[in-house]
Design a protein around this ligand. Structure first.
Ligand code: URA
Length: 208
């Protein structure tokens, strides 16, 4: 597994604004959209390319294009949708799937309520998106389901990760590379990332 922390100043600046509890929902959403472009750039860095013959107005050339089947973006509901929108703007031809898991607030264990992914998952690069890698329970469960659907080339894209979540993912799915904007200190006793940004879903959708 590789862990990539996107330390670019633009990413860090936007992340700080998102962490600030005074940042309102509309601005939080806009920042999430902007930051997702920047971290999507990083998670797609190693995508395979192939050469295609084209004609520029000047001459023929062989130029690189993305190779293979369209990649699959998988949103882990519901907070994943905030990241998904921005990543899709960067990769508009991607196929999209959804994994619905909610966290039982007492056991902190994930409970599945929805699963719909593109076909031929075994032939696609799969990018699972969820802003918060906290305990890792729901992320690991989502990757379990994606592997059951045939996926084996999977990357995990998040905004914030806790050391506990990274360790859990590394243990359960050592083949899954993680890209994040920051690794925070630890989890709270109810499984929130500290210092974190609060509940990502509530911050982006204005719920409480
Ligand atoms: N999910 C969130 O939205 N925030 C956290 O801090 C942890 C999990």
């Amino acid at each position: 597994m590789t862990l990539t922390v996107v330390e670019h100043p633009l990413v860090q600046h936007k992340l700080t604004l998102m962490r600030d509890k005074a940042t309102p929902t509309n601005q939080f959403r806009q920042l999430l959209r902007e930051i997702s472009h920047l971290i999507a750039y990083e998670v797609t860095r190693d995508l395979p390319t192939e050469y295609r013959s084209i004609e520029t107005p000047m001459m023929e050339m062989k130029a690189p294009v993305l190779a293979g089947k369209k990649l699959a973006l998988i949103s882990i509901l519901r907070a994943g949708n905030g990241l998904l929108d921005g990543v899709l703007e960067l990769i508009p031809s991607a196929r999209v799937g959804f994994v619905g898991l909610y966290r039982d607030e007492e056991t902190l264990q994930p409970v599945q309520y929805y699963f719909k992914v593109p076909d031929n998952m075994s032939e696609r690069v799969v990018i699972a998106v969820d802003p918060m890698l906290a305990t890792g329970n729901s992320s690991v469960a989502a990757i379990d389901l994606l592997k059951q659907a045939g996926a084996h080339d999977i990357k995990f894209l998040c905004l914030l990760a806790a050391p506990e979540g990274i360790a859990r993912m590394q243990d359960a799915h050592p083949d899954v590379d993680i890209v994040t904007a920051a690794v925070d200190e630890k989890l709270s006793d109810i499984g929130y990332i500290l210092p974190g940004l609060g509940d990502a879903g509530d911050r982006m959708f204005g719920t409480k």
